[in-house]
Design a protein around this ligand. Structure first.
Ligand code: HEM
Length: 424
């Protein structure tokens, strides 16, 4: 097969072939698409069983083995830290950081994709790596921004000079991470409640290069999907005014403490809105993985070392898996809805065990907090939302998505109202 030039064509082609070939087919000589829900779960479970971190570069050069660090230990450390980050005070602080980024753009005509990405990255960064100086923060954010620009196809340039600048920013960001880990280990910086901290204690086993990889994995994870999902929430917010009204009605009168304590319980309709947005517009669109052993997938043999392609998006838009797959309807997540998920493997916005996204709960909270800010603090004006289209890059990206955020007037009041820090 030849690969079409444009990413939108590529995705449409994959969709067409997936429908014709029951979700499992060769994309090209080296890549097997696995878009059938059960096969995707099975291959992920088997492929990553017993996965350990690769040996350190230095040890490879010296021809010796590094201390074995099972990936499950890394995930357990992340999950324990994320449990702490789910308390009310951390959730309030995250919402406040989102508010600060959005407040800074009030009244301006903004690119809403950039605003969503900025809001997500800057509010999540302290969960990943906290206690940075403003300068260190800017190096990390610049690195995440440049990687994102490349992924959403808005790179300002190419060529040697551009590549050199890119590598220099990336190296600077890496130095920041190393410096923070080293300083914490030596007691020169305080220990923090963030996703990097557990690896300070593991430095002797991991070595600095593997610790850097672990922290970079988290930074990359917060640099892409959360902001893309936030842009998709804003997109559906303006395209589905009736749903925006219902979400606002639910969140408007809600007690802050109840929301922060258990958002999905306190605001089930908003949770459905967020779930349906993630079903329609799951980032990243495609995940390329390498087979660590030979597999039989639906009668097709995939040899060790060859690649396979996974996609929550393909499963979520498969008409054999979802009724009215291309229709936005959060009520499909009501218990017993006839157009609800067909099975346990049919809704996978956060991927598959044992590599499933560790930040699923935090990511969901952040999207619900965005809805809450939109319901209580801001009013978003986007001219003619019906004309906005989604392009498929590394994630769905709304095109020419500009608008103006203004302070929301409290209902029934005349002049523009006062706003509390958490948008109550
Ligand atoms: C709505 C927001 C998010 C979405 C849609 C999302 C989606 C995903 C997906 C699809 C994967 C790949 C899973 C697989 O390979 O099967 C992933 C991995 C990951 N995500 Fe997220 N994610 C989100 C937010 C977050 C947040 C907020 C964090 C961290 C605080 C995070 C941290 C990670 C990490 C560390 C991995 C790699 C896990 C591993 O390799 O074991 N994600 N995410």
């Amino acid at each position: 097969m030849t690969t079409p030039e444009h990413p939108d064509d590529f995705l449409h082609d994959l969709r067409r072939r997936s429908a014709a070939e029951d979700g499992v087919f060769w994309v090209n000589d080296d890549l097997l698409a696995v878009f059938e829900p059960e096969a995707a779960q099975r291959i992920s479970r088997t492929n990553w069983r017993g996965f350990v971190m690769p040996d350190r570069g230095l040890d490879l050069l010296r021809g010796r083995r590094s201390p074995v660090v099972p990936w499950v230990h890394v995930r357990t450390a992340w999950l324990a830290q994320l449990h702490r980050l789910a308390d009310v005070s951390h959730r309030a602080a995250l919402t406040d950081r989102m508010r600060q980024v959005m407040d800074a753009r009030l009244g301006e005509r903004v690119d809403l994709v950039t605003l969503a990405q900025d809001t997500a990255i800057r509010s999540l960064l302290p969960c990943a790596l906290s206690g940075l100086t403003p300068r260190e923060t800017e190096w990390i954010v610049r690195d995440l921004d440049q990687k994102l620009l490349r992924l959403i196809d808005r790179s300002p340039g190419d060529g040697p000079a551009h590549r050199l600048r890119f590598a220099a920013v990336q190296a600077r960001a890496g130095l920041v991470v190393r410096r923070v880990l080293r300083a914490r280990a030596a007691g020169r910086r305080p220990r923090e409640c963030d996703l990097a901290d557990p690896f300070v204690d593991l430095l002797p086993q991991l070595g600095m290069d593997r610790a850097l990889n672990v922290v970079t994995t988290v930074l990359t994870a917060i640099g892409g999907p959360p902001g893309s999902a936030a842009a998709a929430v804003l997109y559906e917010w303006v395209r589905q005014p009736e749903w925006a009204r219902r979400v606002t009605a639910e969140l408007g009168g809600l007690d802050t403490a109840a929301f922060l304590e258990a958002p999905t319980k306190a605001a089930p309709l908003t949770h459905r809105f967020v779930k349906e947005t993630l079903r329609m517009w799951s980032p990243p669109l495609l995940l390329v993985r390498q087979a660590r052993q030979a597999f039989d997938v639906g009668g097709i043999t995939l040899d060790a070392g060859r690649g396979y392609l996974m996609s929550p998006h393909m499963i979520h838009r498969d008409h054999r898996v979802w009724k009215d797959a291309d229709t936005f309807d959060p009520d499909r997540f009501l218990a017993g809805a006839p157009h609800g998920p067909a099975g346990r493997d049919s809704y996978v916005p956060f991927g598959w065990t044992p590599k499933k996204c560790v930040g699923a709960a935090l990511g969901t909270f952040q999207l619900m907090a965005l809805c809450r800010l939109m319901s209580t603090r801001y009013h978003l004006t986007v001219p003619n939302p019906a004309r906005i289209t989604m392009a498929f890059r590394f994630a769905p990206v709304p095109q020419d998505f500009h608008g103006v955020l203004t302070p929301r007037r409290p209902s029934g009041s005349g002049p523009r109202g006062q706003h509390s820090p958490h948008g109550t």
